[in-house]
Design a protein. Structure first.
Lengths: 372, 269
């Protein structure tokens, strides 16, 4: 026997009686919902009485069924009859017309032109905030240079450890694999011409001038830039940034300066490390093409000049400011809610990487013009 | 005209207690094998609004975490009927957890979902009802806590008190017979706090829902709670159990009277 049942009977006076029987809970309402609906909607001009006299138990799913039937928009009314007093108390808590209505509908989609305007305004606001932030940051860094004692050095060393020392394994792995892959990919075709030795030139130049700084910066953007954004974003959500402001402290000097200094100290070191490990990866790979490590290093030494090295290494200082700056800015821009922190971290990584590539391109053009 | 003192309120009329729903037996409460409360014993009966009181750091939330099976106690048991949640896992734990809902201190609503979606989520996961039915039930739950006009709002767009009420609506989504509320009145203005108390009373009286409320908000205790246990850090356990108004007026223990009358120099720690 089913736990709940529905029966329909049409009376001679024109009324339809929908009788419900048994337990009305989520497991039984699931099967009754459609037939009960159909019984009410298929004859819109016929008055309907929902007879709940035999309903033994009714939870919220059952009440929802009754409410939904009564709220149906039709010519003749639907009424519920013979409810037990305990169920009646549940049922009468709700106004069927009100509760079946969406009182908080989604706002209508804005016209495309308005969306475009809003997007343009948001982009402009972002640029304005970026310019303001750059100004504040420059002021804070100049102040830190003039008054080093005002810098929170304990924070700087703590961030240095996280940005620098903790990133060593991942930088080592990626740089080693990069050197190895470059060596393999270029050595195989070069071997046809007996020119495997020039792979050392390729790896030396590309790791020192381009890939070492860029790959390290991209890794740091994903690792430290996101961490800065999430950390400061969480502080923003927890009103810690407000507390800093109301204490008369400047969030940029208090939170951003230590992170920028730490990134400035650590990124160039990590880039040096990346260049070295990349060369080691290439050298080890080339031993399998009968090029000894010493020969490989001599070839690198002859192909790469100090200018090449400096051209790559100088970029790491600029990249450091970009990664830490954009991470901190996105953190400070965090809105309310837990999802806002994730959004800030994502924005920090995306805009960080875009900026890195753009700035790297600018460096390439500048070096070409300057013939470096 | 006399001024109404919420600390001297008479509270709701006394009701006949129902069957025992939860039994906390010989519970040593704490973390990682280190007990902060010893041999805690009490029972919660069907349909009552039960309070766990005590000072900050007194172990109220720890007891709650043991009761809902989030953290295992050092020893002892928490029985829902015949089933002990301590040590239960897999299906048994799921079965017990289906019998109660929990409202966390901050509401713990999912930030990326609207209020309607938050309340709909457990209904979607556990019932398999038609789409219209799920939405309607979620709306009804929000209507019960006075939030049916905010169904499309995100949690970040509503006030703290509204978030707590939405948390109660979500906890009630599956019609559990027991609701645990962790500090429901903290951070609320007096009017919102009183509205929440009234909601609790209405749900207990009309729907027969049993509430276990962890709180130290005394006006709410006297306005809405039928029975309390008072925990004390120094005594490492319960120092009083009963009707909070009777304890306030006539407890033989001076610490209990002082706590419930907010007299700092004599109060329990």
């Amino acid at each position: 026997m089913p736990a709940a049942a529905l029966a329909i009977s049409d009376l001679p006076d024109g009324r339809r009686v929908v009788s419900l029987d048994g337990r009305l809970d989520a497991s039984t309402v699931r099967d009754l919902w459609e037939p009960a609906h159909r019984a009410v909607t298929e004859a819109p001009s016929r008055p309907v009485v929902v007879d709940a006299g035999k309903v033994e138990y009714c939870d919220n799913a059952g009440v929802a069924l009754l409410v939904d039937l009564v709220a149906q928009k039709r010519e003749a009314p639907v009424e519920v009859a013979n409810l037990k007093p305990s169920i009646q108390a549940l049922y009468h808590q709700f106004d069927p017309q009100r509760v079946t209505q969406d009182l908080d509908p989604e706002p209508k989609r804005r016209p495309a032109i308005e969306e475009l305007g809003r997007a343009a305004y948001a982009a402009w606001k972002d640029i304005a905030e970026l310019i303001t932030f750059v100004g504040e940051l420059t002021g804070a860094l100049v102040d830190a240079a003039l008054h080093p004692r005002s810098v929170r050095w304990r924070d700087v060393w703590r961030v240095c450890e996280r940005v620098g020392a903790d990133a060593l394994p991942i930088v080592a792995l990626i740089s080693f694999l990069l050197g190895m892959i470059l060596a393999f990919q270029s050595a195989v075709p070069m071997k046809r011409f007996g020119a495997e030795i020039f792979v050392a030139d390729l790896i030396g130049l590309s790791m020192l001038r381009e890939l070492g700084p860029l790959m390290t910066a991209i890794l740091l953007a994903g690792r430290s830039g996101a961490a800065f954004a999430a950390e400061i974003g969480t502080m923003r959500v927890n009103q810690e940034v407000d507390a800093i402001t109301t204490m008369g402290l400047d969030p940029v000097r208090f939170l951003v300066t230590p992170r920028i200094i730490a990134a400035l100290l650590m990124t160039p070191l990590l880039v040096l490390f990346s260049m070295l490990v990349g060369l080691i990866g290439g050298a080890i790979t080339m031993t399998s093409f009968s090029i000894p490590v010493v020969t490989f290093l001599k070839e690198v030494d002859s192909a790469v000049t100090l200018t090449d090295f400096l051209a790559g290494w100088i970029k790491s200082f600029v990249f450091a400011i970009l990664i830490a700056g954009i991470g901190c800015l996105r953190g400070l821009q965090t809105a309310a809610g837990a999802s806002a922190v994730g959004e800030s971290a994502t924005r920090a990584v995306v805009s960080g990487i875009i900026l890195l590539v753009v700035v790297d391109g600018i460096f390439a053009v500048a070096y070409y013009i300057l013939n470096i | 005209m006399p001024v109404h003192d919420p600390l001297m309120a008479e509270g709701p009329p006394k009701r006949t207690p129902g069957e025992v729903l939860i039994s906390v037996e010989h519970l040593d409460a704490g973390y990682d094998g280190v007990a902060i409360l010893d041999d805690v014993n009490f029972q919660v009966r069907a349909g009552e609004v039960f309070g766990i009181l005590g000072g900050s750091g007194g172990g109220k939330s720890t007891i709650l975490k043991h009761m809902i099976g989030l953290v295992p106690p050092v020893s002892g048991s928490v029985k829902f009927g015949d089933e002990d949640i301590v040590g239960a896992d897999g299906e048994a734990l799921e079965r017990i957890r289906r019998r109660f809902g929990v409202m966390y201190q901050s509401g713990a609503l999912f930030g990326s979902m609207t209020l309607l979606e938050n309340v709909r989520l457990p209904i979607e996961v556990y019932t398999g009802l038609p789409d219209d039915a799920m939405t309607l039930i979620a709306r009804m739950k929000l209507a019960l806590v006075g939030l049916d006009a905010f169904t499309g709002h995100l949690p970040s767009e509503i006030s703290g008190g509204m978030q707590k009420r939405a948390g109660i609506a979500r906890a009630m989504a599956l019609d559990p017979p027991i609701l645990f509320l962790d500090e429901p009145n903290s951070g609320l203005d007096p009017i919102t706090s009183a509205t929440l108390d009234a909601t609790v009373r209405r749900l207990a009286e009309n729907l027969g829902v049993t509430f276990v409320i962890v709180t130290h908000d005394l006006p709410s205790v006297f306005a809405s709670i039928d029975r309390v246990v008072l925990l004390d850090k120094q005594a490492r356990g319960i120092i009083a159990e009963g009707d909070p108004r009777e304890l306030r007026d006539a407890s033989p223990d001076a610490r209990v009277r002082a706590f419930l009358r907010r007299e700092p120099e004599k109060a329990a720690a």
